[in-house]
Write a protein that binds this ligand. Sequence first.
Ligand code: ZN
Length: 277
Amino acid sequence: MPELPEVELVARALDGLVGSRRVVAAKLLRAGLAPGTPPAAFARRLRGRRIERVTRRGKHVLFEFERELVLIAHLRMTGRFLLLPLEAELPKHTHALFYLDDERRLVFSDQRHFGMMKLVCAAELSHTKELRLLAPEPFSGDFTPDYLRATFARTRRTLKETLLDQTKVTGLGNIYAAEALFLARINPFRPAAEVSTRRLPRLHRAILEVFDESITHGSTLNVDPENIDGSYYDGGFNGRWRVYGREGEPCLACRVPIRRITHAGRSTYFCPRCQRT
Ligand SMILES: [Zn+2]
C-alpha cells in the first residue's frame, strides 16, 4: 500500500504528464470505483474539461479540473495509473479511462478493487467525507511536536496504532511508521499518551525525515509513463529500509537482530535494544 511519499511522487509525476491536458472523454468502467457518481454523470462532468494540476492530500491524489471540479482518487492496495498511447492494449483490471487531447489515455487499473474515486466541487473538497477528518499535512505548519502532544494525550492506543490512524497523523503506513519509530528510538508498543515531552520533538523530526528522504530519493528516479506507480512502490527505495522487513538482520545502530511482532494485525519491526522504551 502506498504511503505519503509514494502518493506524493505519483501526484507529481501525474502533474508533469497530464497537468494542463484536456479530457476529451472519460469512462467509468467499474461503477463501484466511484459509488457516488454514476458512470453517465462521470462521463458528462469530465468531458471536455481541462486538468489544471494534480496534487495530493493525505494518501489521496487530487486531479484539480478547470471550473471548480476535483477528482479524488485513492489507490489503496493495488490501484495504479498508466498513461498509454491510444493503440496500446488496456491492462486487465481497467476501471476508469480518460481520453486526453494528446492522443493518449490515462488508465486507472486496480487488481484488488479497493481503489476509490469521487468527483466533488472544489468548494466542498475539505468537507468531503474522505478528507474532512484527515490530520494536518506533515509538511504543514499545523503539524508540530505540540500537535502530537495534544493528539497523543487523547488516545489510549499504542504509539504504532496511533501513527497509522490517518485522523491523528496523515500519511504514515506500516513501513514509514516503523522507520520513524526506529529513527526516533521509541518503542512502538508504548501507549501514545505516555511518550515523554522530551521525545516528541524527536519523533516529529523522524517522521518528516523518513518522508523527506524517500520523496527526495524518488524525485531522482526516471518515471515510466506506462508504469507510473511501479517506478516508486516500495520505492526505488526497496532494500533501503532501516528496520522494515529486516527481521533477524542486525540493527544498523547496535547490531542486535531486528525483531518482528504482529501487533493489531500488522507486522511491526523494531530493534529490541535501541527501542527498548
Ligand atoms: Zn539497535
